[in-house]
Design a protein around this ligand. Sequence first.
Ligand SMILES: [Zn+2]
Length: 192
Amino acid sequence: MEKKRDITENIDTSKDFKELRMEEVYKGYIQQESGQGYSCIFCGEYFEEGLIYTSRERMVTAEKAVIEHIEDEHGGVFKSLISLDKQISGLSDIQKSMLIAMFSRKDVKVIGEEMGISPATVRAHKFNLQKMKREAKIFLALMEVIENDSSLNNQCNTSIDEINKKELANPTGEDVFSLNLLHPFFTQCRYK
Ligand SMILES: [Zn+2]
């Protein structure tokens, strides 16, 4: 059997990770723009549309072949992403441990026992991960707007100084930037 590849060294360089769409990152493969096939984002292996592949001792389509390739060769998308170097993922060891425990659907108490921390600390880590998720979505959306909005006359009339001043002057208040007036999507950070 082929030796497992080192994922961090073999990320498909034909499309930089930052250029991948969210959907492509969590699926683990990209569909070529020409629609002619699929490439694994972790090693670049290409599966051509219209060809029949042999996977798990039966014949499958190209898309099914790339999905099974990711599971069989890389141990699945979760394992591939969580194994990425800190330089790429930005995740600390404790964050990775928490995500692995959450992926295994482990109970807070069990996670605490395994990691040698209290259930309250586990809940705090989970809360921080949910907070990171929300912040990452907002950041991602801002970057998408910047990169995809082609209007020539974009203007944001509010400067960062004005935003900060409003927050300071009116920390609880009636401003659009106040958490109180935002949709519950942005204000509810519940434990799951
Ligand atoms: Zn691969």
